[in-house]
Structures are given as C-alpha cells and as structure tokens.
Design a protein around this ligand. Structure first.
Ligand code: NAP
Ligand code: ZN
Ligand code: ZN
Length: 350
C-alpha cells in the first residue's frame, strides 16, 4: 500500500507532528487524488483535542480537500486524471438506507464514513483526512470543482460552504429576508457571502469590533458587536433567520430574542458544553431553534455550482503545514481572516 506523508495529532490535545499513513491502491470505483489544499475547520480543533469525546488517535484531520485526480480505478466514469476535485466531510456511506437514497448521506443509518476520526464502511479501517498528500475516495463522494474558482480558496467550500449553504436553503433564504450571521469566522464569512448572493439583507453579530469593515466588504448591510448587551434590545424581534456559527459556549436565549415571530435560529456551531434554553425564548413569538449538519453529496455539488456561478470562494490565509499548531491557536483567539488553508506542497512526497 502506498505510503503517504501526513500530519497527525498523536493523542488528545497534543501538537500535530509529521506522520506516515498508508492509502489503499485505487480499487474499482475509487479515485486517487493528489491533495493540493486543505482548509482548517474548527471541527479539526474540537476533534484533535477530543472536545466532543470518543476521538480516535493518531488523528490526521482535514475535510476541506481540493486536489487533482492522479489515477482512477476500474468503472470510474465521472473523473479522469488531471481533473480538479473536492472531498468534504464524508468519504462513503451505506448507499442503501432511506437517508442515503434521499441524498442525505450525513444521516446514513449505518453512520457515514467520515473523512477522518472515523472508519471506512468496513468499520475497521481508520479514515485519515486531508492534512496529507494523497487520498483515495470512492467516486460517489468526490465533487467537481467548477472551472474558474481558485483551488486554495475553494477548499473551504467543502465544509464551511456546504454547512452554511444547506441551512440557508432549508429555511428558504430569499431576497429581502433579514438574516443574522452569528460569529464571523470560517463558517460565518461563508454564510454572509452565500446569504448575500441569495439576496438577503445580512447583519453580522460578532464579538470582534475590528471585523466590522470586513463584514461590510463581504456584503453585510449591518454589524452588531455582541459584547454590547444593548444590541440585543435595539435589534430585538427583527430577524427571519439566524445562522449561529459560534464554536464556544454562549447565550442562546439572548440571540433567540433577535427573531421576529416564527423566526428560526439554526445552530451550526458545536460548542463542546451544553447551554440552557428558556422555553420563553421559544414560545414568545412561536420561534424555532434548529440544527443543521453539513449537507449531502448532491447538495454539496449544487453549492459548488452555485459558487461557480456567483464567483464565491473563501477568504483564505494559505499556510505551510508546519504552521498548523500556530493556526489552531490563532483560531482559538478568533484571529482568522477567514480560513486557514494548508498548501500540501509544503509536506512533500513520502
Ligand atoms: P472559526 O473559524 O474558529 O469561527 C468561530 C467564530 O465564533 C469566531 O471567529 C468568533 O467570531 C466566534 N466565537 C469564538 N468564540 C466565541 C465566544 N466565546 N463567544 C462568542 N463568539 C465566539 O470556526 P468555524 O470553522 O467557522 O466553525 C464554527 C463552529 O462550527 C465550530 O464549533 C465547528 O465545529 C462547527 N461546525 C459545524 C458543522 C456542522 O455540520 N454543523 C460543520 C463545520 C463546523 P467573532 O470574532 O465574529 O465573534
Ligand atoms: Zn468542518
Ligand atoms: Zn446509509
């Protein structure tokens, strides 16, 4: 089996270090991909530090992968060597259960094969992510990157893009809707770009006053600094939809008060600790608190095509893999504008 260079967390909370993994030879239906770029998602940090519990080590994170097809296995029809492709949070699923047949593989009843910190569908072989020079993925879980998108800046679409596109679509985001994006990090800045492209009137809610000019450049019409509690009164009952991307514990009740009657707050950020929700925050105005998990493969391709049409990519800071531990520390300080993307050329061949 081909040896592949990677970076791994050897154990929970330890710094990532160079590591060798083995990738399978591309079998029937497989696509072998040379990884060019991999985005750094906050979920990588949560999992490398085992903040959600149950993590598997050594762990090679990375589920925002853009690369070029190197070889294809027998029977592969949609891809050829040289194609620019993407891989997101899943590399396989059972393909037969009701959610899989309905193109929501993220809810596969057998549990999808996540790109890392999981197993292949044999439930034995560990999966390793995109902080590596090569991946082998079954054709159905490989996405086409539209022509014209910068490969490094497109990488974050594979998780941050779909995770924010899907709830905007699920809750019918349309022209004129008042949408609040809560937290301006990797997911948040994609939510702003996507909601603006759908015609929404977007307000950014952020703890970082210094991000206000960026919020407006990204297309938001307004900015609210959440360290000032007065904004929760002045902007109360105004919003149709809130997309909450915050990665740490915060006050859900305060944000629910921003919704108009029948408004919806969709939680996509996954703070490790639970937070209370008062029933009054929901019954006063028949408000809904919802959640959303990435998106299915079909919807991910739809999102990529939408981004191709609208020229949407992520704002990225490209880093060599040797800076990954520093990048994690900066993300924890909300110091990212707005996605770190690893250039895998820095890792070299095995
Ligand atoms: P990120 O780039 O680190 O952005 C998170 C942002 O949240 C920060 O930039 C900051 O924005 C805000 N924030 C951080 N700590 C805060 C605090 N204590 N109080 C208030 N705001 C705070 O992270 P990301 O990659 O966008 O991921 C965000 C979350 O989504 C993570 O929990 C991740 O695991 C989760 N996620 C979920 C899914 C899903 O399928 N649902 C998929 C991917 C990621 P400001 O500076 O603007 O305040
Ligand atoms: Zn992610
Ligand atoms: Zn399934």
């Amino acid at each position: 089996m081909p040896k592949t260079s990677a970076y791994a967390a050897p154990a929970a909370g330890e710094p990532l270090v160079p590591f060798q993994i083995e990738r399978r030879e591309p079998g029937p239906g497989d696509v072998e991909i040379d990884v060019l770029f991999c985005g750094v998602c906050h979920s990588d940090i949560h999992q490398a530090r085992d903040e959600w519990t149950g993590a598997i080590f050594p762990m090679v994170p990375g589920h925002e992968i853009v690369g070029r097809v190197r070889r294809v296995g027998r029977g592969v029809e949609r891809f050829r060597p040289g194609d620019l492709v993407g891989v997101g949070c899943m590399v396989d699923s059972c393909r037969t259960c009701a959610p899989c047949r309905q193109d929501t593989e993220q809810f596969c009843e057998a549990t999808a094969a996540y790109t890392y910190n999981g197993t292949e569908m044999d439930r034995v072989t560990p999966t390793f992510g995109g902080y590596s020079t090569r991946v082998v993925v079954t054709e159905r879980f490989v996405l086409k990157i539209p022509a014209g998108l910068d490969p490094a800046a497109a990488a974050p679409l594979l998780c941050a893009g779909i995770t924010t596109y899907s709830p905007l679509r699920q809750w019918g985001c349309k022209k004129g809707d008042r949408v609040g994006v809560v937290g301006l990090g990797g997911l948040g800045h994609m939510a702003v770009k996507l909601a603006v492209a759908m015609g929404a009137d977007v307000t950014v809610f952020s703890t970082s006053k210094a991000k206000e000019p960026d919020a407006r450049r990204l297309g938001a019409r307004a900015f609210a600094e959440t360290r000032d509690p007065a904004i929760f009164t002045t902007l109360a009952k105004r919003f149709d939809l809130l997309v909450d991307t915050i990665s740490a514990k915060h006050d859900y009740d305060a944000h629910l008060g921003l919704l108009r009657p029948h408004g919806v707050m969709v939680v996509v950020g996954v703070p490790p600790e639970p937070a209370p929700v008062s029933a009054f925050s929901l019954i006063m105005g028949n408000r809904s608190l919802a959640g959303s998990l990435i998106g299915g493969i079909k919807e991910t391709q739809e999102m990529l095509d939408f981004c191709g049409t609208h020229g949407i990519v992520s704002d990225v800071e490209v880093i060599p893999i040797q800076k990954i531990n520093e990048a994690y520390e900066r993300m924890l300080r909300a110091d990212v504008r707005y996605r770190f993307v690893i250039d895998l050329a820095s890792l070299g061949e095995a």
